[in-house]
Design a protein. Structure first.
Length: 83
């Protein structure tokens, strides 16, 4: 289901509610970039949502924009399998 709202009111990008599995897609607004290294780090609200969903029993695969952009279809499939 796309844009699934949990019973607690949390929105998930893609969800399989029966098994409590989901995929969350994080765009640039979900990340901060380290000045010294250039690495991306999930921002506070994104980290909080991930912790909350784990506590509620959800298994969530997080896909960041920088992992997805510029990848071929086969690379994207492999990325999702690895998550």
């Amino acid at each position: 289901i796309f844009e699934y709202p949990t019973a607690e009111g949390i929105s998930l990008d893609l969800a399989e509610p029966e098994s409590k599995r989901a995929i969350e897609v994080g765009g640039p607004a979900h990340y901060l970039q380290e000045v010294s290294s250039g690495d991306y780090v999930a921002n506070g609200p994104t980290q909080f949502k991930a912790r909350l969903l784990r506590r509620l029993g959800w298994t969530v695969a997080h896909v960041a924009f920088y992992e997805w952009d510029g990848k071929s279809a086969s690379e994207r499939r492999e990325l999702l399998k690895a998550k």
